[in-house]
Unconditional design. Structure first.
Length: 243
């Protein structure tokens, strides 16, 4: 994947110095796309007005929610230590990121997510990720500074782009991978039908929806797959009058 394919996304950052450090890291390793999700207004204004912020900060943008930040992406990776939450899957070590990206070489737009300095990525945020990655750190000090974490991960992404492997598997797709926007539409249609059928347990509905989202991501659907499944669900909605 080319460096320009990647969108480095900071979710609810709290410190303007960390935002500036992240932007510097992007510039160091040849990246240009920085997106902030729900940044604290004073922090965002201070970071944007910082002297010497550079072109990355000038072109950076803030969005209101994560789905807006990743809507057109076909691959989403979340960076987490995994130490603060009960995860439903194991993060891969950063040292294995290059190999995993070679398997996903058909993706054209990708996002790498970092959580806030205080809480990291929430379980909800991580449910949008195709896989999670962790930077190998000591158990005594597992969490890294946000700017440093961005720098380390950007280095690995740059290394993946600069040194492609001739042994990367060839994958045949009927169409390009589905975007997060199209997968969300498919999930919404599934949820409407399942609500109508009484499938959900009222107390566990949000958890069940999160598991469905994870299932869709694990299937690695293409645009063609989504169109087929969407047509099937639309016909079911029409037949049972669930619209």
């Amino acid at each position: 994947m080319q460096l320009t394919d990647w969108r480095i996304t900071l979710v609810r950052p709290r410190n303007p110095l960390n935002i500036g450090a992240a932007a510097r890291a992007l510039a160091n390793f040849g990246f240009s796309k920085l997106v902030l999700v729900e940044p604290y207004d004073p922090v965002w204004r201070e970071a944007r007005s910082a002297v010497g912020a550079g072109q990355v900060m000038k072109s950076a943008c803030a969005v209101n929610n994560l789905t807006e930040a990743i809507a057109d992406c076909t691959l989403v990776v979340g960076a987490t230590t995994g130490s603060r939450r009960n995860l439903d899957r194991d993060p891969i070590p950063l040292t294995e990121l290059v190999a995993r990206l070679q398997e996903a070489s058909s993706h054209k737009r990708a996002a790498l997510l970092f959580g806030s300095e205080k809480t990291g990525l929430s379980n909800e945020h991580m449910s949008y990720c195709h896989f999670l990655v962790r930077i190998p750190t000591t158990a005594q000090s597992p969490s890294m500074n946000l700017g440093q974490a961005v720098a380390v991960c950007c280095y690995e992404l740059a290394r993946a782009a600069e040194f492609p492997s001739s042994k990367a598997p060839v994958r045949v797709h009927t169409s390009l991978p589905a975007t997060m926007h199209s997968l969300d539409h498919l999930l919404d249609r599934m949820v409407r039908l399942l609500d109508y059928s009484g499938y959900f347990n009222p107390k566990g509905r949000n958890t069940q929806i999160t598991k469905l989202r994870r299932l869709l991501l694990d299937l690695q659907l293409s645009n063609y797959d989504v169109r087929v499944l969407g047509g099937i669900l639309a016909q079911m909605e029409w037949k049972i009058g669930a619209r």
